[in-house]
Design a protein around this ligand. Structure first.
Ligand SMILES: [Zn+2]
Length: 259
């Protein structure tokens, strides 16, 4: 091996952080980001932030670049077993790695919140993906009004300037949805086609592109909450002094109905 190959080895490991180890379907395999590698990878893909840049590396090239498979320690998000990405997460890995990392961060924040919360009981995680995350408590309760929500996933609420409010939540199959909150007449025609089809069961739009959908909402938002657990997001909504009073009232009664 040539010793002077440029940028193939990381000189300063302190500038590198292993964010996650992920897997995708073989059909969705991606190009390893190591210079001159050229292999496609699908299992145990290492997502690293090095010197401010995100790198997506096969496990062999990761070990080469940093000196050993364990050189950077445990991954920041998720376990070390190469969690399988949903189709949507896979798209983000290809096209918008930063957005994928933001999703991981949200998920990690939700998991931390679950640890802190004493109100943990009943339902077992029903998604294999959730159980691959090391920090997930074994048991937790359904905490949103919707049974289809992925356990321990985070939600975000956006209040638009037109007075409508929308909750972004994740389904057990990993798909993200946007739902009117509270529900209002004509909500199913309020959003443009980029929000995808309305799912009758959950009462929301299934997002083909969560990043584009959130951007659309943010461009029109009066305010939004931090991503977080359901009860924390509801608490933040209640604290908003600028929220229209009738909407806040409707939120509370909407919650009562939904539960
Ligand atoms: Zn490689």
């Amino acid at each position: 091996m040539p010793e002077s190959e440029p940028k193939t080895f990381c000189q300063d490991r302190s500038k590198a952080l292993l964010l996650a180890i992920v897997s995708v379907a073989h059909a969705e395999r991606i190009r390893c980001g190591q210079p001159a590698c050229g292999h496609s990878v699908f299992r145990r893909i290492h997502v690293v932030r090095e010197d401010g840049k995100v790198l997506v590396l096969g496990s062999t090239c990761f070990a080469k670049r940093y000196g050993a498979a364990t050189a950077l320690g445990a991954a920041r998000f998720g376990g070390g077993d190469g969690r399988a990405l949903t189709d949507e997460e896979c798209q983000l890995l290809l096209n918008n790695t930063e957005a994928l990392i933001t999703l991981f961060e949200e998920e990690s924040a939700a998991i931390k919140a679950a640890y802190i919360s004493p109100a943990i009981s009943s339902l077992r995680p029903s998604s294999a993906k959730v159980s691959t995350l090391q920090a997930v408590p074994h048991q937790h309760q359904q905490e949103t009004p919707w049974a289809w929500v992925k356990p321990l996933s985070s939600v975000i609420y956006l209040m638009l300037k037109d007075g409508s409010g929308w909750m972004r939540a994740q389904r057990k199959d990993g798909q993200h949805l946007v739902l009117p909150w509270p529900v209002f007449d004509g909500w199913d025609e309020a959003l443009p086609p980029l929000f995808g089809l309305v799912d009758g069961e959950s009462g929301g739009n299934v997002l083909p592109d969560v990043v584009a959908a959130l951007k659309y909402l943010r461009d029109r938002a009066e305010w939004e909450t931090k991503p977080g657990r359901w009860k924390d997001v509801l608490a933040e909504i209640a604290r908003r002094p600028s929220g229209p009073g009738q909407i806040k009232g409707a939120l509370v009664s909407g919650l009562g109905q939904a539960l």
